[in-house]
Design a protein around this ligand. Structure first.
Ligand code: IFM
Length: 832
C-alpha cells in the first residue's frame, strides 16, 4: 500500500528519505579537513559503494566509509571471526561470551574498532597505511574489499606498493589466517616495515566490563621460541578454565620485532590510527605479565621492482603449549594456506550446490542462490549471539530462534540439522516445556522462563527433516530430558503438545505464559490469565505435522487426539478469535482483546492474520478478509508493519504494552521476520503477485535502493531483523542485521512457497505461486540423493496452478514428484 491508496483512515505514513542528509543528490565534501583527516563523502547512490559479483559469490565494496560496518562471518564451526568491510572485527573460539580473543569496542567512536590489521610502512618516509583502509590516517590511493563465502579480501595500493589480504578461517586449524601478498609496482627497491596487529580482550566480556581492574593482572603475553606471541587468559573463577585455550599469534615469515603490551605498541592518548611503535621506529619487544594485552608482529622486508612477497599470519588457539607448537608448525608447512582456502571454497560449493535457480528477477536469484542460505547458516551457527548490534554478552542458544533456524539448514545438511534438533530437545523437561535460552559452550545455568510457543517450534523442524530425508528412524532416537530420564524424539514432541494442552486459559486458547513469539506480550499477561490466540494458530500448524509424525513413528493411536485438538482450536480461532475484519492477537489478563478495532492503538497484528492461513484454521472468507486487511492497513513501500497503529499509551498510559518508540522494533516497525509469513500466507491463498511484492520489497538491496543508502544503512546482502516503520521519522532504517529469524523463514518462503519446491513425505512437491508476468524459471534441487533439474514454464501467465509435470519424458499425476534415489538426476518439466 502506498499512503495514497490507503483505505485506512489513519494511513501508516509516507516514505521520507534521508532526513539527516540532503535528499536525492550527491554532494562531495572536501576530501580532507583542516586537521588532515579525510572528510566523509555523502553519496546516496548505492552503486557507488558496492557491487555484487554473483559468479564469485561475492559482494565487493568500493568505499570504506559506509554508514555502518558491513559484516561477514568467517568460521570453521569452532573458531570464528566477525569481520567488517573495513577490517574491524572480533575473533572468538566457540563462544564470544567466555572465549573472546580480540576486543571489539561496541557502540564506541570511532565505530568498528579494533580489528586484525596490517600496516604497510615505507621505512624511508615513515609513512604508513592499511590495506583494510581503516584505521590508519593515510588512505590507499586505490582500494576495494569484498566479502565472499567464509572469507573477506582487501586489495589496496599506495606509493607503488600493491597489497592483497585474504582473511579466512580454514577447516584444518582453529585460526584466522591473514594471507598478505605485497608487490612492488615501482622502479625502485622499497624498504618496508609490515606490522600485523590485534588487540586482545579479556575472554569473558562481562568480566571485562565489571572486573577488568583486577583481572587484567591475570593475563599474559609471552614470546614463544617458535617465533610467536602466546596470549594466556589465566583469570580465576572463569567458567571452564580447563577448556580455555592458549592463543597464538604467529607467522610463516621471520619476525623483526614484536609487542605484547598494548601500551607499548599503541602508546597513551593514541589509537590504532597512529600507533607509537610504528611512528617511533618499530616494535619494542614488550611482553606482558598483567595489563592490556595485544599482539603485534613486525616484518622488515625489501621488495625489488616487480617483486612479490607473501606473508601469512595466524591468529589461532590450541589447548596447550604442545598444541600451539604443532599448530604453528602445521600452519607454516608449504601449501597450507592455499590448501585451507581451497578446502573452504569446496565446502561452500558443496553446501550451496544443493540448490541452483535461474529466475526472471536477478535480485531474488542472487539472494536465493547465495546470500540467503549463507546468512541462514550463520544464524544456525551463532543464534542471536554476536553482531555489530548484539554484543554477544548473555545470548546463548535460544530455543525458539534456533528451532526456526534449523528449517533453512535441513535442505543443505540434514545431519547437521538433526544434531541441533537433538541439542534443543535436550533442553526439554519431561512435562514438555523447555528452557528459553541455554549455554552449551559456557555451561551457565539456562534462562528458564516458560513461553507459550518455545517448545512447539521443534515439531516443524522434525517434520521438515522427515520430508527431506524420507527416513523416520531419527524419531525413535533417544534424547535425554533436561530434568532426568530420556525419551524418543517423537516422545519429546508429543510432550510439547501435552504441555500446551495442560496450559489452556479460561477461553480455551493456550495461556500466554511469559510471552509467545512476540517477546513484549508478557506486559499484558503478567497475571497469568492472558491467552495467546496466535499460539493457538502455531499449535494448529504443529498439530497438522504431528499427525504425520505420529504415523511415521508408529503411533497412530495419537492421531485422533491431535485432530480433535486442532478442531477445537480452529473453532475458537474463527469465533472468539475473529474481530470482524481480522483475527485478534491475544486476550489480556483483564479479559480484553489485543488486536481489536475497539482500541485506538495496536488494532491489528500481522502474525495473527498470517498464521490463521498457515495453520489452515481460517475459514476461507475470514482468511481472505484478514490478509486483505494486512494489505490495506499494514503494508508499506518498505515492508509490512508488525502492528498498526503503533503503541504510545495502550493499554494503560502508566504501563503501555511496550516502551519501544512508535515505529521502532516491536512497536510498528517493519518486522522482517514476520513479513516472511505474509509471503507464505499469500502463496497459500494463491495470490502470487502480492506474495512477490511482499518478497521483493524486503530484498535488502531493493529496500536500500528505495530508502537510500544513508537511510537504510545496514548490509544490502543480508536481511535485517527490522526496519523503522512509517510512524518513525527514520522510516526505512534497518536494524539488527545478520542474526535474525528472517533468514531461515525468508528462505523457506521463497523456495518452498513462491517457487513452490517443497519436500513432502512422499516426494518433492512442485507447486509454484509466482507473479503472473513471470514466464518461468529453472531450479536444480538435490533431493534424497538425486538432482531434480526442474524447468517451470508459465505459458498461461498465471500465478498458480500446475497443468502437467513430465519427469524424464513420463507424465506424472499430481504435483508431487516421487523420490528417485536410484537415479543421479531427473529432468522435470512443469507446465503452469
Ligand atoms: O521472537 C522473538 C525472537 O525470539 C527474538 N527477537 C524478537 C522476536 C519477536 O519478538
Amino acid at each position: 500500500m502506498t499512503s495514497a491508496d490507503s483505505k485506512h483512515a489513519d494511513p501508516p505514513g509516507t516514505l521520507v528519505i534521508g532526513n539527516n542528509v540532503p535528499s536525492g543528490e550527491t554532494f562531495d565534501a572536501p576530501s580532507t579537513t583542516p586537521n588532515g583527516s579525510q572528510a566523509q563523502t555523502v553519496d546516496h547512490n548505492p552503486q557507488n559503494y558496492y557491487t555484487f559479483r554473483d559468479a564469485e559469490r561475492e559482494v565487493e565494496f568500493k568505499r570504506h566509509d559506509m554508514p555502518t560496518p558491513w559484516m561477514n562471518y568467517l568460521s570453521n564451526g569452532t573458531f570464528h571471526t566477525m569481520l567488517s568491510h573495513a577490517g574491524g572485527g572480533v575473533a572468538f573460539y566457540k563462544s564470544p561470551q567466555i572465549w573472546r580473543i580480540t576486543r571489539y569496542r561496541f557502540f564506541h567512536l570511532p565505530m568498528d574498532r579494533s580489528g586484525p590489521y596490517f600496516y604497510v610502512q615505507n621505512k624511508e618516509s615513515g609513512a604508513y597505511w592499511c590495506p583494510t583502509n581503516e584505521p590508519a590516517m593515510n588512505k590507499p590511493e586505490e582500494w576495494k574489499s569484498a566479502h565472499g563465502m567464509g572469507y573477506t579480501r582487501f586489495e589496496a595500493k599506495r606509493d607503488e606498493i600493491a597489497a592483497k589480504v585474504v582473511y579466512f578461517v580454514g577447516p584444518y586449524e582453529n585460526s584466522l589466517i591473514w594471507n598478505l601478498t605485497l608487490s612492488n609496482e615501482g622502479n625502485t627497491a622499497k624498504q618496508l616495515n609490515i606490522y600485523a596487529y590485534v588487540e586482545f580482550g579479556m575472554m569473558e566480556f562481562m568480566r571485562e566490563l565489571q572486573w577488568q581492574c583486577y583481572n587484567k593482572h591475570q593475563v599474559s603475553v609471552r614470546y614463544h621460541k617458535a617465533g610467536a606471541l602466546v596470549y594466556r587468559y589465566g583469570v580465576e573463577n572463569q567458567p571452564k578454565p580447563e577448556e580455555t585455550p592458549l592463543v597464538y599469534f604467529a607467522s610463516d615469515a621471520p619476525l623483526s620485532g614484536y609487542d605484547g603490551d598494548r601500551e607499548e605498541f599503541i602508546g597513551s592518548y593514541r589509537s590504532e590510527t597512529n600507533p607509537a611503535a610504528i611512528e617511533n621506529g618499530g616494535c619494542t619487544g614488550s611482553t606482558l605479565m598483567g595489563g592490556d594485552p595485544c599482539g603485534a608482529l613486525q616484518f622488515s622486508i625489501t621488495l625489488q621492482p616487480d617483486e612479490r612477497r607473501t606473508i601469512n599470519v595466524f591468529l589461532g588457539t590450541s589447548a596447550d603449549e604442545a598444541g600451539v607448537e604443532k599448530a604453528i608448525a602445521r600452519s607454516r608447512e608449504a601449501g597450507f594456506v592455499d590448501r585451507s582456502l581451497q578446502a573452504l571454497k569446496e565446502n561452500w560449493n558443496a553446501y550451496l550446490g544443493v540448490w541452483e535457480s535461474r529466475l526472471p528477477d536477478p535480485d531474488a536469484e542472487r539472494m536465493i542462490n547465495i546470500w540467503n542460505p549463507y546468512q541462514a547458516h550463520r544464524n544456525f551457527l551463532f543464534s542471536r549471539n554476536i553482531s555489530f548490534y548484539a554484543t554477544g554478552t548473555f545470548r546463548g542458544v535460544g530455543y525458539r530462534d534456533t528451532s526456526q533456524d534449523i528449517l533453512a539448514v535441513v535442505p543443505f545438511d540434514a545431519g547437521l540439522a538433526l544434531s541441533k534438533l537433538q541439542l534443543l530437545l535436550g533442553q526439554q523437561y519431561r512435562d514438555g516445556h523447555v528452557n528459553h535460552y541455554f549455554f552449551p559452550n559456557e555451561g551457565w545455568e539456562p534462562v528458564t522462563t516458560v513461553h507459550s510457543d518455545d517448545h512447539l517450534w521443534t515439531a516443524l523442524a522434525a517434520w521438515d527433516l522427515l520430508a527431506e530425508t524420507g527416513d523416520a528412524a531419527f524419531l525413535g532416537d533417544q534424547v535425554p530430558y533436561y530434568d532426568g530420564g530420556q525419551g524418543t524424539v517423537y516422545e519429546h514432541l508429543k510432550a510439547a503438545i501435552d504441555f500446551t494442552a495442560s496450559k489452556l486459559g479460561p477461553n480455551g486458547f493456550p495461556l500466554m505464559l511469559r510471552s509467545d513469539w512476540n517477546d513484549q506480550l508478557f506486559r499484558v499477561c503478567r497475571e497469568g490469565r492472558g491467552e495467546s490466540i496466535w499460539t493457538a494458530m502455531q499449535l494448529g500448524t504443529v498439530l497438522l505435522r504431528m499427525v504425520d509424525l505420529a504415523m511415521a513413528s508408529g503411533h497412530p493411536e495419537d492421531v485422533a487426539k491431535y485432530e480433535a485438538m486442532y478442531e477445537e482450536q480452529r473453532k475458537l480461532v474463527n469465533s472468539i478469535g475473529w474481530d470482524g475484519r481480522w483475527f485478534r492477537r491475544a486476550i489480556m489478563d483483564d479479559g480484553r482483546f489485543l488486536g481489536s478495532d475497539e482500541h485506538d492503538e495496536a488494532k491489528i497484528w500481522l502474525n495473527a492474520q498470517t498464521w490463521a492461513i498457515i495453520s489452515g484454521m481460517a475459514e476461507p472468507d475470514k482468511g481472505l478478509q484478514a490478509m486483505n486487511s494486512v494489505r490495506d492497513m499494514l503494508d508499506t513501500e518498505l515492508g509490512i508493519k508488525k502492528i498498526h497503529p503503533s503503541i504510545t499509551t495502550f493499554p494503560d498510559p502508566a504501563d503501555p504494552l511496550t516502551n519501544y518508540n512508535k515505529g521502532t522494533g516491536e512497536n510498528g516497525a517493519v518486522f522482517c521476520h514476520a513479513n516472511t509469513w505474509a509471503i507464505i500466507a499469500e502463496c497459500l491463498l494463491g495470490r502470487g503477485d502480492l506474495a512477490y511484492k511482499y518478497y521483493r520489497q524486503l530484498l535488502p538491496n531493493v529496500a536500500m535502493d528505495k530508502a537510500g543508502l544513508w537511510r537504510y544503512k545496514a548490509e544490502p546482502y543480508v536481511y535485517a531483523s527490522n526496519l523503522f516503520g512509517p510512524e518513525s521519522d527514520k522510516f526505512g532504517l534497518a536494524n539488527v542485521s545478520w542474526l535474525t529469524g528472517t533468514a531461515a523463514w525468508m528462505y523457506i518462503a521463497a523456495t518452498q512457497y513462491m517457487l513452490g519446491i517443497k519436500p513432502v513425505l512422499n516426494g518433492l512437491s512442485v507447486n509454484p505461486c509466482i507473479p503472473a508476468s513471470w514466464e518461468g524459471y529453472t531450479v536444480k534441487r538435490r533431493f534424497r540423493g538425486c538432482i531434480y533439474d526442474i524447468t517451470v514454464t508459465n505459458e498461461s501467465k498465471v500465478s498458480t496452478g500446475v497443468k502437467s509435470i513430465i519427469v524424464d519424458g513420463e507424465p506424472i499425476q499430481g504435483t508431487v514428484i516421487p523420490p528417485y534415489s536410484e537415479r543421479s538426476s531427473v529432468k522435470v518439466d512443469v507446465i503452469m
